[in-house]
Design a protein around this ligand. Sequence first.
Ligand SMILES: *[C@@H]1O[C@H](CO)[C@@H](O)[C@H](O)[C@H]1NC(C)=O
Ligand SMILES: *[C@@H]1O[C@H](CO)[C@@H](O)[C@H](O)[C@H]1NC(C)=O
Ligand SMILES: *[C@@H]1O[C@H](CO)[C@@H](O)[C@H](O)[C@H]1NC(C)=O
Ligand SMILES: *[C@@H]1O[C@H](CO)[C@@H](O)[C@H](O)[C@H]1NC(C)=O
Length: 429
Amino acid sequence: MKLLAHILCLCLALALAWADEPETEISTVPDRCEGLEMDAVTVNEEGTPYFFKGDFLFKGFQGLPELFNETFAELDDLHHLDHVDAAFIMHYEESPTDHDRVHLFLDDQVFIYFQHKLEEGYPKNISEVFPGIPDHLDAAVECPKSECEEDSVIFFKGHDIYHYNVKTKAVHEKDFISMPNCTSAFRFMENYYCFHGHMFSKFDPKTGFVHAKYPKEARDYFMRCSKFSDESDDVEREQCSRVHFDAIAADSAGNTCAFRGHYFLHKEVSNGTLHAHTIESAFKELHSDVDAVFCHNENAYMIKGDHIFVYNVAAKPYTLLDGYPKPLKEELGFDGPVNAAFVCEEGVVHVVKGQSMISVDMKTTPPATVIEHPIFSFKRVDAAYCHSGGLEVIVGNHYYHYESPMLFATGKMIPEQHKVSMEMFGCDH
Ligand SMILES: *[C@@H]1O[C@H](CO)[C@@H](O)[C@H](O)[C@H]1NC(C)=O
Ligand SMILES: *[C@@H]1O[C@H](CO)[C@@H](O)[C@H](O)[C@H]1NC(C)=O
Ligand SMILES: *[C@@H]1O[C@H](CO)[C@@H](O)[C@H](O)[C@H]1NC(C)=O
Ligand SMILES: *[C@@H]1O[C@H](CO)[C@@H](O)[C@H](O)[C@H]1NC(C)=O
């Protein structure tokens, strides 16, 4: 019933949108937080997810879509702008001229791109490039040797599933009994996802096994939204979402708070208990979308754009200190936006701004910048926090451990990569 009401609302919204502009041919810009069914999903050569919907392309896990012909111009040449059937990025390291190519499928044709440039001779008929694979596909996903025994592509059409061996071109039809019909498929961080409607199921690429806890809502894991459905489990969503965190802070006891969009996840260090809340419920004036947070004395310093909010967090409810929010420049001596902030030794806060780390002495009034270091290891940092064991730096879905802020700023070697969802917050994948 809830779903029906939702569909009705969506139809009404679309009807209204059309009623407003009856003459135009431009289709309504899709909103991924409405629970969209994507046409095709892949990552590009840099690992950025691309979600295709109608004429539009969503890049990454947040933000508005653009017309897909802005990125893949030739898709327009032969076809009226319509939609992409399936997409994947080839994994075939033995053949450098095939590896890392983005494949897009439209009707009976395949377009192959490298760094957004169409490869010579394309588009070609699917039957020519992938003999034995049908036209009008629903979904496709790459499966490297390490995960499928041979470098392969898995194609989906209706209930039919084909394993295509990239090297021998052999096709094996598979019977994946528990698999739903996929409308798009996606490999991300060595996991395989079949999207069906606005839901998804994680599956084993070799056996098609889908765990009973699926399907789940796609937007809970793959989109930054201000609101989620009533059925969404706030803790599980914030624990497992692939959308990067905005900020993470640790208090003196080592309990952590991780902020993402409108929510934050609190982790009790003693027993690992997790709670999720809206930012608004605890930090009303801040509301959402914080850039960096650090704890100093009994206070949480929260930076958003060019402003800093300071809350007393010694007791609940948390209270905003008098005179805040203040311009960041007035408090710390430089403008926003910043990427991350952390306190490792008493009285000194390190702020990551672009590719520099600014260290500020909080013991003087006003606080004074001590030193600014260039950062060599990462182009962009999302969040960072210190605990008794050292510093954890979060970049996208991964985090990296450093012994000290100075080793982070001056080191050129990137330390071992850890998964935020699994290793920091105990999500099972
Ligand atoms: C993409 O399509 C839109 C709408 O059909 C058109 O106005 C625009 O010029 C196209 N852009 C490119 C780069 O082809
Ligand atoms: C591609 O398919 C179309 C339609 O089936 C056919 O007419 C054409 O000859 C094919 N092209 C090649 C190069 O095989
Ligand atoms: C799945 O696809 C098959 C066609 O291969 C179709 O008969 C079946 O109805 C589809 N199932 C659903 C749930 O859409
Ligand atoms: C976890 O620890 C916190 C703080 O010590 C306590 O309030 C909470 O009840 C504990 N939860 C469980 C499930 O043990």
